[in-house]
Write a protein that binds this ligand. Structure first.
Ligand SMILES: O=C(O)CCC(=O)C(=O)O
Length: 260
């Protein structure tokens, strides 16, 4: 990456709502990250739907398969190093105009045949931070070549100026696709090691992985902030939210009650 590259990329980020950084990680580093994602996918208990780290998507046969580890950095020094890589943090500081802190980070591995994500803006989930949307972004660290066919993420170019309301029956929900122009969506083709950075308000979605390789990305999000404990604050709140809203303690009790 040269300073000239970053000038262009900074302009593209603010104009289109995303940009691509190349050369942040070398081949050996990408190989290490791939091996690490393989190791993590073999851990016991990932297919337990009471595991607070995992989330599920519909797989090829219509049943649910886990596709995401979130949080993941506390169990992976290699991924922690990638999310805090000095070259990435320096590039983000240039693009965002200030030093940022890690907010959250997840690993998503979409196996062949596994479905994608409906259109949304990340900022909707971060309003509680009471931070300007311009301070927040996500990096997509790409571990295999990917494009639209392999379930890569598509971004609505230039649609990052405001939070878009949800559909009439759920105005507080994810943005109404009817308010977006489908001709604006771009699915950047990425090489292994490429890092796509997108603004917290950029609407994005992804489809099924119709390729033969797992579409695997590490997705750290960042915020321009002085708060050294931002990551810890995020997950303290998130774990409580999942217990209350997604899982419900009563399911743990049901399991305990069934023990003889
Ligand atoms: O991994 C994908 O296909 C999409 C993920 C995404 O949009 C998100 O986590 O916000």
């Amino acid at each position: 990456m040269t300073a000239t590259d970053l000038t262009e990329q900074t302009e593209q980020y603010w104009k289109d709502g995303y940009t691509v950084l190349r050369g942040v990680y070398d081949e050996a580093q990408v190989e290490t990250l791939r091996a690490e994602s393989e190791r993590l996918w073999e851990l016991e208990g990932l297919d337990d739907d009471l595991n607070l780290r995992t989330e599920f998507r519909r797989g090829p046969d219509g049943t649910h398969v886990f596709d995401r580890l979130d949080p993941v950095l506390d169990i992976s020094p290699a991924l922690n190093g990638a999310a805090r890589h000095p070259r990435l943090l320096a590039a983000l500081a240039t693009i965002l105009g200030g030093d940022s802190k890690l907010l959250k980070c997840k690993l998503i591995r979409k196996e062949p045949g596994v479905n994608g994500y409906a259109v949304h803006q990340d900022f909707l989930y971060w309003t509680w931070l009471e931070t300007e949307p311009d301070a927040l972004c996500t990096a997509v660290i790409n571990l295999y070549p990917c494009d639209e066919r392999s379930g890569g993420i598509g971004f609505y170019r230039g649609a990052h100026r405001q939070l878009i309301p949800g559909p009439p029956d759920n105005p507080e929900g994810d943005c109404d696709p009817a308010r977006l122009d489908e001709s604006d969506i771009v699915f950047p083709a990425l090489e292994a090691g490429d890092v796509l950075v997108f603004h917290a308000l950029t609407p994005h979605r992804s489809g099924r992985n119709d390729s033969e390789l797992p579409r695997t990305v590490l997705l750290p999000s960042y915020c321009v902030s002085d708060d050294d404990a931002l990551y810890q604050r995020y997950y303290k709140r998130e774990v409580v939210r999942r217990c209350q809203e997604l899982v419900g303690f009563e399911r743990y009790f049901e399991r305990n009650d069934a023990l003889v």
